[in-house]
Structures are given as structure tokens and as C-alpha cells.
Ligand binder design. Structure first.
Ligand code: SF4
Ligand code: SF4
Length: 430
């Protein structure tokens, strides 16, 4: 275990135990437990590194309890990369204790794109057997490892890769980009990918959708399954390098971080692939960054939307990619749309990938703060830039019988550009 932790020893040493991270940790706010906060986790990792603590199930549980939201990282005066400490500790513990059965199944599925595709098709068919349709999504009929009141989205009948051609060309393109869609957009919210193509094509940008793309690997990395995540990085680096595009555009901060941060780190020791990974990292953008910094949003394309919206900043877009405020600025340009900011737009919603599935009660407590914030804005639409946040927000809104609809940033822009406003797409329930 200590070899892995040795690699982040420099991060652990930096911590001066000041406790600044306490004020911002969403889990500490709910649990008031020192070992839930960054300082506690760094000290636990230090104790393992020095041999004072060895593996126990309780220790593994302590490292599981982290949203990897990076609120602590951005508030740390010493620049401690707590996310790296947590992920390395999880990898060390996964090596030592092995994986649980559900994690083994998930890892096997995510690492085999063809199997994943078949599995999701089967899940789409089986969904109506195991779930019943509620007003805002699917609710479990039986205790299938989920809280019985949990609301989940309907899986798409046709996934994005089935709906979109590989090449979405325009005449005289100003740029050619590849879309990395990610699992949630591909299987759950394909409309986000369609909206992205609509918006970028209208800006004269050709969009390529490499059909062999699969999971970015971040869900595996988050659960400490680093070797498989690395295999997925190699596959994507080769695939997107071969696409010969000017940029890679993502619609989820976690996928964006995989291309920009994790892939170069994974491949840094492999001479042939390291250069390709770095080159892709340097031209990977979240859609909000792309429309701000690369091909700026053309305001003359925007039509009016009579809607009142607020914006939730996903942790991995705002802090992970350093793109805080960019989506808000784009959305505020939409004529006639009223924007009411939340008090804490970047506060974590508690979704954190699979965290809310594994720790539903705690994740719901974190979400409650976000819902109170949304409620205070009086907005009818919540816009966000991440599918995982959208699933979490939609569940919370359903549980508290709140009427707001959730949209992705690029869907809101597409509605404004294409005139979907006339169909009332931006208000009411989803
Ligand atoms: S804010 Fe940073 S330095 Fe201070 S206790 Fe937390 S992790 Fe350590
Ligand atoms: S990453 Fe988020 S949840 Fe984890 S310790 Fe830091 S602030 Fe708390």
C-alpha cells in the first residue's frame, strides 16, 4: 500500500492542518466528522504511509466518503491536491482488498465497449420491468439496490451514436472538432449531443463523432481501478489523435478532465503516446470554454427565450477545468431570458458520479442545500453542464415536488438559436 501513497507523499507533507477546508467541505457540513473533511483524509493517508495504520474496512469507508468535488483544493492555502490523495488511497485500498462484486461488474462492462453497448440496450428493455414510469422519470418497482423512491431518467431508445452520423459537416468549416460524448450523454441524454452539433454547425464548426469512443475511464479511476482506466486512456488517445481534428469538445467536466489531466498523467512514461496525450489535452475544451475562448458565441444567432433560469456549476467544470462563470456568461446573452444566480452556484449537488447511488441519504442531504438555493431564485429552469448533476438534481426536484426543469447549457443555447422556444421547451416539467 505504501508504494502508491509514496507517490503523493509530497501532497501530504504540504498540509499544515490549518482547517480551512472544513468551511467548504459539503460532507463536513452534513456530518461534522473530522475524518470526512480533507484535513482528516490527508492525516489518515499520512498514518498509513508511516505504517501507523493498516488496511481496515473502516479506513476504506473513510476514503469512500468524498465527493471529489475539489472545494477543499480550491480553498487550500498550501495547494494540497486532496483529490489526488483520495484517489491514490482508493487505488491502494482497491489493490489490497480487491473490488466488490458490483464494482467488478461495472469495471468489466465499462472496459469492454461492445459489452457495454449490449448491456445498455438490455437495460433499456429491462428498465420498464424493474421500474415504473413516474412524472419525472423511472421509479424502482423492487429494491434493486436503490432507494425505492429514487427517480432515474429514462434510458434513450436510440443512443447518440445511433442517432448521429460520424461526420456532421458544414460548408467551408472554420474548424473541425471531435465530440467526446461520455456515457451519460450517449445513453441517457442524447439530446445534449444533438444540441451541440446544432450549435456548433451554426457557428461553422464541423463536428466528428468517433463511433468507437466509450467511457472516459473516470468512473474507474474514482473507484481506484487505475489500470483499466489507463487502458481506456490509451484507446481514446489513439482514436482521437487519428481523427485529425483541431479540438476535442466535451459536455461533461469529468470527461473533459480525463482528456486534459488524467490521460497525460497516465501516459507520461510512454514515449510514443505521451506526446499524443499532451497534444490532445492542450486542445480539449468543455463546450462552455469552447464557445468562450475558441469560437466565441455569435450573439446574432440567438433568438429570445421567455424563460427564467438559474445555473448550477458542476464541480468538474468550474474547479476541475477552471471554467467557472463561462457558461453563465453565455447563457446571460440569451435575449429576454431572465437569470437569477444561486447564492452558491458552484456548491456540489451531491451527485458525484456513483456517490449518490452508494450513499443516497448523505448525497440527498448535500442536495437539499442546493435545492434550497434553487428555490430561493424562483427560477423555472435549472441549467447545468453535466449529466450526472442533472440526474441528481432531477431526483431531488422530484422528491421535493419542485416544478423546475433541468437543461444542459448547450440545449438552452440550441433552443435560443433554433427557435424551439415557440414550442415552450424551456419551461415546465420534463
Ligand atoms: S486547507 Fe489544505 S493545508 Fe489546510 S488543513 Fe485543509 S488540506 Fe491541510
Ligand atoms: S473533495 Fe469535496 S467532499 Fe472531498 S474532502 Fe474535499 S471538499 Fe470534502
Amino acid at each position: 500500500m505504501s508504494n502508491r501513497l509514496k507517490s503523493i507523499e509530497h501532497e501530504i507533507i504540504k498540509c499544515m492542518k490549518c482547517g480551512n477546508c472544513q468551511a467548504v467541505c459539503p460532507l463536513y457540513k452534513e456530518t461534522r466528522a473530522e475524518n470526512a473533511v480533507a484535513r482528516g483524509k490527508v492525516q489518515l493517508a499520512a498514518a498509513v504511509l508511516s505504517g501507523k495504520l493498516d488496511y481496515t474496512a473502516e479506513l476504506a469507508h473513510r476514503f469512500d466518503l468524498c465527493l471529489t468535488c475539489m472545494a477543499c483544493v480550491s480553498n487550500c492555502p498550501c495547494g494540497v491536491r486532496v483529490d489526488r490523495v483520495v484517489l491514490e488511497a482508493r487505488a491502494a485500498l482497491a489493490e489490497k482488498r480487491g473490488l466488490s462484486f458490483p464494482h467488478r461488474v461495472a469495471a468489466a462492462g465499462l472496459a469492454r465497449p461492445a459489452l457495454m453497448q449490449k448491456g445498455m440496450k438490455a437495460a433499456g428493455i429491462a428498465q420498464s420491468f424493474f421500474f415504473k414510469r413516474g412524472e419525472r422519470g423511472m421509479i424502482p418497482r423492487f429494491p434493486v439496490g436503490l432507494d425505492l423512491k429514487r427517480v432515474l431518467p429514462v434510458l434513450a431508445k436510440k443512443d447518440l451514436k445511433e442517432q448521429l452520423p460520424e461526420k456532421n459537416a458544414v460548408e467551408n468549416p472554420v474548424m473541425r472538432v471531435a465530440l467526446f460524448a461520455g456515457c451519460v450523454t450517449n445513453y441517457v441524454y442524447p439530446g445534449v449531443g444533438l444540441a451541440l452539433v446544432e450549435v456548433l454547425n451554426r457557428h461553422g464548426v464541423e463536428v466528428v463523432l468517433p463511433k468507437q469512443q466509450h467511457c472516459c475511464g473516470a468512473p474507474l479511476l474514482i473507484h481506484g481501478i487505475k489500470d483499466t482506466a489507463k487502458e481506456m486512456a490509451v484507446s481514446h488517445v489513439h482514436m482521437f489523435d487519428a481523427a485529425g481534428v483541431d479540438a476535442v469538445v466535451t459536455v461533461c467536466g469529468t470527461c473533459g478532465e480525463a482528456f486534459r489531466h488524467h490521460y497525460p498523467e497516465f501516459l507520461s512514461g510512454q514515449a510514443k503516446d505521451a506526446g499524443k496525450a499532451l497534444s490532445l489535452a492542450g486542445r480539449t475544451y468543455d463546450i462552455a470554454e469552447f464557445l468562450t475562448d475558441v469560437v466565441p458565441l455569435d450573439h446574432t444567432l440567438l433568438g429570445p427565450l421567455d424563460t427564467h433560469f438559474t445555473y448550477h456549476e458542476p464541480c468538474h467544470v468550474g474547479r476541475g477545468l477552471g471554467a467557472a462563470g463561462k457558461a453563465e456568461k453565455l447563457l446571460k446573452a440569451i435575449p429576454r431570458a431572465t437569470y437569477s444566480p444561486m447564492q452558491d452556484p458552484g456548491g456540489c449537488c451531491g451527485g458525484a458520479g456513483s456517490f449518490s447511488f452508494e450513499h443516497y441519504k448523505l448525497a440527498s442531504q448535500v442536495l437539499d442545500r442546493k435545492l434550497r438555493d434553487i428555490s430561493g431564485t424562483d427560477a423555472g429552469v435549472v441549467v447545468t453542464g453535466c449529466g450526472s448533476c442533472r440526474i441528481q438534481l432531477n431526483d431531488g426536484l422530484a422528491q421535493r415536488e419542485m416544478p423546475q426543469r433541468v437543461l444542459h447549457t448547450v440545449e438552452m443555447l440550441a433552443h435560443s438559436i433554433t427557435g424551439a422556444r415557440e414550442e415552450g421547451n424551456c419551461n415546465g416539467r420534463q
